[in-house]
Design a protein around this ligand. Sequence first.
Ligand SMILES: [Zn+2]
Length: 106
Amino acid sequence: MLSLLFSLSFLLCLALLLWRWWMKKRRLALRMSAPGMRRDNPVRVERFDDIDTTVSAVRCDCGGRISATAEGSLAVGETSLRVVHAECGDCESNLTLYFDCSRLLH
Ligand SMILES: [Zn+2]
């Protein structure tokens, strides 16, 4: 009887770990499909203010606010990208956001 309880608790723990792994993987895939998370799917901006607005609206996976730590430019073919590196204020995770500045109004 004791071995049966031990086996059941082991299987329950294993199922919980698999469920957490799968949810984390799903959450990451969902996040990476959002505009701005990959260089081939940047957020299109028409003003530099739009970059600040978008960065302040993005939340980390933990729910914390992110703040920009560095910015740079990147040219991919004809597209001019602005790359913003950000860090979560709560868990200190790093995040990179991509913005398409091709239609930027000067
Ligand atoms: Zn965080």
